[in-house]
Design a protein around this ligand. Sequence first.
Ligand code: FEO
Length: 402
Amino acid sequence: MNALEISKDIYWVGHVDYDHHDFHGYSKSPVGTTYNAYFINDEKKTLIDTVAPGCGCTLLCRLAHVINPVKIDYLVVNHMELDHEGSLAQIVEKCRPEKIFCSQMALTSMAGYYREEMKNWPVQAVKSGESISLGKHTLVFQETRMLHWPDSMVTYCPEAKILFSQDAFGQNIACTERFVDEYKGNDFLTRVKEYYFNIVLPYSPQVLKALPVVESLDIEMIAPDHGLISRGARDVKSIIDMYRTMAEQKPRQRAVVIYDTMWHSTEQLARAVCSGLEENGVPATLMSVKENHHSAIMTALADASALVVGSPTHNNGVLPYLMSTLTYIKGLRPKILVGGAFGSYGWSGESPKILQKFLEDMKIELPCAPVRAQWRPGHDGLKEAYALGAGVAAALKAKCQG
Ligand code: FEO
C-alpha cells in the first residue's frame, strides 16, 4: 500500500473501504466509501485527518512509504467524527506529533471520545483565518460550523492551491481512482447527491454562506475526506456549482411517490397517482419503502419538489416502514413544495389522513384531499388516485413556473 502524490510533496494516505455499505448506520453507501487522509512533506511534516477505526494501519503503511511516521510534526484534525478520527489515538501514539490542530468546538468532541488519552496530547485550538507555516507551505484554517458538525473546519493551502474540505464535497465511492477525472463509473453525480441529501442537506444555509468564501480562494484542487478529489478549474467549479444547486433546492418539476402495501391495493393507487403526475407533465419516481432504503429515497428527492405518500391502514395507523421513512425525510428538511397522501383500507381507514397531517406539519402544500379506497381501489378509486397525481402536478407546475 503506497502513498499517492496528488500534488508536489502532498500525498493521499487514506483507506478505501470497499465493503462499507452502511454509512454511519443510517445511510446506504452502495459502492463503499473512502476515508481520505493527506500528508504534506515539508519542514514540518504534517498529516491532515486520519481514518476510521480499524483502518489506522493502512494509513501508517502508506505514510511509511514516504516518511517514518514518528517524524510527523503536525496533525490537523478537521472534523472529529469517527470515520476520520476513529484511529486518532493509534496515529497519535505512533506519530507523537508536536502539535495537533483542531477547532475550539472539536476539543469537546475529542474529549468525548478520547478523554483519557488526550490528557497528554499537544492539542491547540485554532480559529477561522488562523494560519501556520510548515516551511514552504502555509495552512489556513476556516471553521465551517454545522457543516456538518459544530466542530467542522476546512484547511486551505495557498501555495498548493488545495482545499482540504473534510466531509464537504465528498462522496461515498470506493474505487482505485483518486481523481474525478480518472473515474470510469457513471454514478459520480448520484453519489454526490446521495451524500449531500443524506448528510449535509439540513445545513444548506451554512453551505450557501460558505460557498462564497470557498470561491474567494484560489483553488486548483478540492480534496475531501470521502471519495474522489476534484482537480483543475473545470472539476473544481463543477463540484462547487453542484453544491450551490443542491443547497438552493430551486423548484424541480419532478415528483417522488413512496408507498407501502399489504395486498397490493395501495400499490395500485400509487401507480395511478404516478400516471396522474406523468400524464400531466410531472415525471415521477415510484418507490416502495420496502424495496428502497430511506437514503435512496432521499437521493431521489434531490431531483424532485413533490412527494406523494401512501400506506394502507394498519392497526388504525400507518405501516411502520412508511412512517420511519417519513420521519427520516422530515429530519433532513428537504424543500418539498407540494404533496399528497393516499391509501387503501379494509375497516377503519385512518392512514391517509394521518399521512396528510404529517405532510402538513412539514409545511408542504397539499392541493388535494387525501385519497382513500376500501378493499380494492376499483375504477373509481383509481380515478381518484389519478386525480390526486394530476392535482399535485398542476400545483407543482405552477410553483416551478411562478
Ligand atoms: Fe465523514 Fe462527518 O464524517
